[in-house]
Design a protein around this ligand. Structure first.
Ligand code: CA
Length: 439
């Protein structure tokens, strides 16, 4: 786990003036990574780092001689079309690059003239999925979400007995993962209407979002060699926002006995920026279990994880309908919660995923699972907020919502703040539902 160092100093200011604005997501203390290119161009995607409202081209900065040693090597490999090679390098190289970037972008350093030419305004950029993702695993780490959902399906037995022992997950689909701005047609599929004896076929009627974080794997492990929990974070490059769009009616009919399939694999949206664990170091919190819950088995327990395994990451969901967009109405905030309420930590997910010998590779992605907080207004999906579609939400234009309608845009936001520490943000994860494509 990362210690605080000079890169976290709240007093640091950048020569990129917009990075000093109190409300920016991307001050000098953040330095998240993405792949990007000039909007509308056919340039290859390349790695960049966010600073204020600008993006620094890492390869161009390295070519300009801004970095030395390990940081220069890291900046060069980060200049490729995906960040996999940077993710593979591991924490020492990531830290060296972060320190070098922090110094090169700092007010008063003579790098301004050289590096100004390597900046592109974010307003002129478009983004790619930041890694070539080999495998995607979606977990289920919010006990509040698991209980709320379980109550709808099994009122007498909401939380299954394995939940508090095993971090529940399933293998997801990579091909339909997109980056913020993704738009996709409402999925078609089989559903079983209430009381019906046989399914019908048509557009999904209960389309939902899931508020999650995405966790990108760093170096990973050789098959057959599990990652011990105390070393798990050395294998995590960073964190982004993730929307795991879900077709609830398709899910309810198809999910037994093997779990979700077509109800989940039509689209998953990521925010473009990956915030590193080192940037998140000031916002870590103790991980604890209620005394009357089972304590984690030894392979899922470590003193380092008990001390700082949780992360106080503020999360919001906003919804804007097509009608609201046309009327110029701002998106409505549906939820505000924190990742610190998760039942399982990032380290526990890594340790559990590899304990059977399964190998993780650089650029693999975990979804945290829907992050619902302890109260219903902190729920991370419409199925919880509307109690399974029974209690509609009134939108600012007077329309009602139980599930998503065509033209709806869902926006996830995330940030970390704490007294005495510079606030850092994650930017946005935005996606829009289009009309179904009928056969
Ligand atoms: Ca999910």
């Amino acid at each position: 786990m990362y210690e605080l160092n000079e890169t976290h100093d709240a007093g640091l200011r950048s020569w990129v003036e917009s990075a000093n604005a109190p409300d920016t997501d991307f001050p000098l203390q953040n330095l998240p990574f993405a792949v990007y290119r000039r909007q509308g161009s056919h340039e290859p995607l390349r790695g960049g780092v966010a600073i204020g409202d600008q993006i620094l081209d890492l390869n161009a900065a390295a070519t300009a001689g801004a970095f030395e040693g390990e940081a220069a090597v890291a900046a060069r490999v980060a200049g490729g079309e995906t960040l996999n090679a940077l993710m593979a390098l591991g924490p020492r190289a990531w830290s060296a690059l972060r320190l070098a970037l922090s110094r090169a972008l700092r007010e008063g350093f003579d790098t301004q003239k050289t590096l100004s030419a390597c900046l592109l305004p974010q307003a002129q950029a478009e983004y790619g999925v930041p890694a070539s993702i080999g495998d995607y695993t979606d977990f289920y780490t919010s006990v509040h979400h698991a209980t709320n959902i379980g109550r709808q399906f099994r009122p007498d037995n909401p939380l299954l007995p394995n939940y508090k022992w095993v971090p529940i997950g399933y293998h997801g689909r990579v091909s339909s993962i997109g980056v913020s701005g993704q738009a996709f047609p409402r999925p078609m599929g089989q559903t079983l209407p209430p009381g019906a004896l046989q399914p019908e076929f048509g557009p999904c009627k209960r389309l939902d979002y899931e508020l999650e974080i995405g966790i990108f794997v760093g170096p990973g492990n050789v098959a057959g060699e599990p990652i011990p929990i105390a070393e798990a974070e050395a294998h995590v490059f960073g964190v982004c926002l993730l929307n795991d769009w879900s077709a609830r009616d398709i899910q309810a009919w198809e999910y037994q006995p093997l779990g979700p399939f077509l109800s989940k694999n039509f689209a998953t949206t990521l925010s473009p920026w990956i915030v590193t664990l080192e940037a998140l170091a000031p916002f870590r919190m103790p991980f604890s279990r209620p005394a009357d819950d089972p304590q984690p088995l030894p392979y899922l327990d470590a003193s380092s994880d008990r001390a700082r395994g949780a992360l106080d990451l503020q999360l919001e969901v906003h919804l804007q309908s097509q009608n609201m967009r046309e009327q110029g109405l701002a998106p409505k905030r549906l939820t505000h919660t924190s990742y610190r309420h998760a039942y399982w930590t990032i380290s526990q997910l890594v340790a559990h995923h590899t304990i059977n010998g399964c190998n993780l590779k650089p650029g693999d992605l975990f979804g945290s699972g829907t992050l619902s907080g302890p109260t219903l207004d902190q729920a991370g999906a419409l199925i919880e907020l509307t109690k399974g579609g029974k209690e509609p939400i009134v939108m600012p234009d007077g329309q009602m919502r139980t599930y998503l309608e065509d033209g709806d845009t869902v926006i996830l936001k995330g940030w970390c703040e704490r007294p005495g520490v510079r606030r850092i943000g994650f930017g946005e994860c935005r996606g829009t539902v289009l009309q179904p494509k009928t056969l």
